[in-house]
Design a protein around this ligand. Structure first.
Ligand code: 13P
Length: 253
């Protein structure tokens, strides 16, 4: 159930400009200087669509990977004003894509729509970071497990290439709030997701499951004992090279 490689994925959300390549550059330099560490820790930064191509071209040595944060479900070109599809993002340099983030679910993305986006991203051989998580309302009504099960069941299919899918458990009440789950509860939820995924999708292997929500350079140490966690999806703290590097450094210290 425990993977040796731990993922540290930054989600820049709607932040960032061309000049912020300096953040990527510093993280990349840290990667270069800590090559040994990176055998066990993988760094990925998911940036706005406007920056992916520029960053990809500028990033010379490759100690980090780049990704994006959403796409349109349609696979070819089409009359979808303001949208970009997975193929366009792949061509622009994305290797990873975050899908099903609660900030997009709150704007109306359904499990069914997310499934279509996963299919088109997998067809482009993008690695999908599939976000699931319960709201505070659902948590208070003891619905966490049923919500997570429904999100997995309605957006993933047995024939998907599971090697290209990473699950990110992000409780909605924890995003940007400085609140994190109790560690014993989190451990149980991560184990539940792994077991349930394997059962529902009849896979041989357990999926990789990350945690996301108010992770920072200080609280990261608290997560180290939960070996079932395969890494972290980091919002706010990923827009500071120092904080992000300290998260990667301080984990398992
Ligand atoms: P914060 O780390 O800012 O809470 O955001 C988490 C998140 O939404 C990552 O996808």
């Amino acid at each position: 159930m425990t993977n040796k490689l731990k993922y540290f994925i930054g989600n820049w959300k709607m932040f960032g400009d061309f000049g912020d390549f300096k953040i990527i550059h510093k993280i990349n330099r840290f990667g270069y200087e800590s090559r040994k560490l990176l055998k066990k820790k993988k760094i990925i930064l998911c940036v706005p669509n406007t920056l992916i191509h520029f960053f990809k071209k500028k990033l010379e040595s490759k100690f980090i990977s780049l990704g994006v944060q959403n796409c349109h479900y349609h696979e070819g070109y089409g009359p979808f004003t303001g949208s970009v599809n997975a193929a366009m993002l792949k061509k622009a340099g994305a290797e990873y894509i975050i899908l099903g983030h609660s900030e997009n679910r709150l704007e109306g993305e359904s499990n069914k729509l997310i499934k279509k986006k996963i299919i088109s991203s997998l067809n482009q051989k993008l690695n999908v970071v599939f976000c699931i998580g319960e709201t505070l309302y659902e948590k208070k009504r003891n619905k966490t497990f049923s919500v997570l099960r429904k999100q997995i069941k309605s957006s993933l299919k047995k024939n998907f290439n599971m090697n290209k899918i990473i699950i990110a458990y992000e409780p909605v009440w924890s995003i940007g709030t400085n609140k994190i789950p109790k560690m014993n509860e989190l451990k149980n939820i991560i184990k539940f997701i792994k077991n349930d995924f394997k059962k529902i999708l009849k896979t041989k292997k357990y999926p990789k499951v990350l945690y996301g929500g108010s992770v920072n350079d200080i609280n990261i140490r608290l997560f180290s004992p939960i070996s079932e966690i395969d890494g972290f999806l980091i919002g706010g703290a990923s827009q500071s090279s120092k904080k992000f590097i300290d998260i990667v450094r301080n984990y398992y210290k």
